[in-house]
Design a protein around this ligand. Sequence first.
Ligand SMILES: NC(=O)c1ccc[n+]([C@@H]2O[C@H](COP(=O)([O-])OP(=O)(O)OC[C@H]3O[C@@H](n4cnc5c(N)ncnc54)[C@H](OP(=O)(O)O)[C@@H]3O)[C@@H](O)[C@H]2O)c1
Length: 330
Amino acid sequence: MYSPATTRYAAPGFYRRCGRSGLKLPLISLGMWHNFGAKDSYDNARAIALRAFDLGITCFDLANNYGPPDGAAEETFGNILRHDLRRWRDEMIITTKAGYYMWPGPYGEWGSRKYLLASLDQSLKRMGLEYVDIFYSHRLDPETPLEETLGAVAHAVKSGKALYAGISNYPAAETARAAKILRELGTPCLIHQARYSMLDRWVEPQLLATLEAEGIGATVFSPLAKGVLTDRYFKGIPADSRAGHDQRFLRPADITDAVLAKTKKLNELASSRHQTLAQMALAWVLRHPVVTSALIGASKVSQVDDCAGAVKNLNFTREELALIEKILAD
Ligand SMILES: NC(=O)c1ccc[n+]([C@@H]2O[C@H](COP(=O)([O-])OP(=O)(O)OC[C@H]3O[C@@H](n4cnc5c(N)ncnc54)[C@H](OP(=O)(O)O)[C@@H]3O)[C@@H](O)[C@H]2O)c1
């Protein structure tokens, strides 16, 4: 019988306000893209989710298509909720998304109202929930009017099936348009979920400033570059690593000698800050106040512990930031 740690809210400064909203999110959120599928160990998935909650990680990120197969992560999380976490539902932010391929035919992906609202109903059923806290449009649909896609997200909020509206992977200009549309619909855009790490900085030139101006928070995914910004690959490709056993999104060929040379130098700097490389990579994305939460994945409980420890040192000196820039540019 699970009972959460009484110390779960003890870490000082662990919650940051999400944009100009009433909602605070943990600096570290847990995503279930990997390791929560039908073939993954349920006991391990459960242990990861429960340890996260014990550490004050209140935000659990899902999407309709997380698995494999599609939908499986929501089912796994639904089981964990039913058996362990149900009593603490009001202490949790549970999110889901729709946008990527889910079912055959013209209504199974992208951004139509038909697809988004059907998908949300399916997600709620899989998780055994009456509502999610945040419902995201998972990607911009260039062929559907933004008003329709975001009208569907707003409808989800107004009908009580979601508490807040979010978007993910929208470029800066479309983010500004989305913000206006959602504001006019009376369901302001709470959050943008975007990829961001030391190795992938596409959000820096425009998106972060747009979010700040619009009062939208950012939750940044793959802040560890899917595991590359950790010590995971320093001694080769472990069989139980993402590149070792699931090469759909991270191939061994992506972990080149040049990348390893950078991550090893970054690791030396992290050590001098009394941090692991993973912790420094998380602190680095969180240095922007507009970044509300770093959204990690984990295959082991020990990784959740390590990542949560990042918040013990979030400050960088000017020299450290300059050294990081130099290492990344070399
Ligand atoms: N909106 C979108 O389009 C979108 C897209 C992608 C992801 N996301 C969300 O973002 C979440 C995170 O994405 P991600 O899994 O790519 O993030 P990530 O945090 O960059 O990578 C997670 C992986 O890093 C390794 N790792 C984590 N902590 C570690 C530590 N302390 N030491 C060593 N290795 C560590 C693990 O790899 P091993 O498995 O090799 O152990 C883990 O699976 C997803 O679950 C999902 O919720 C959203």
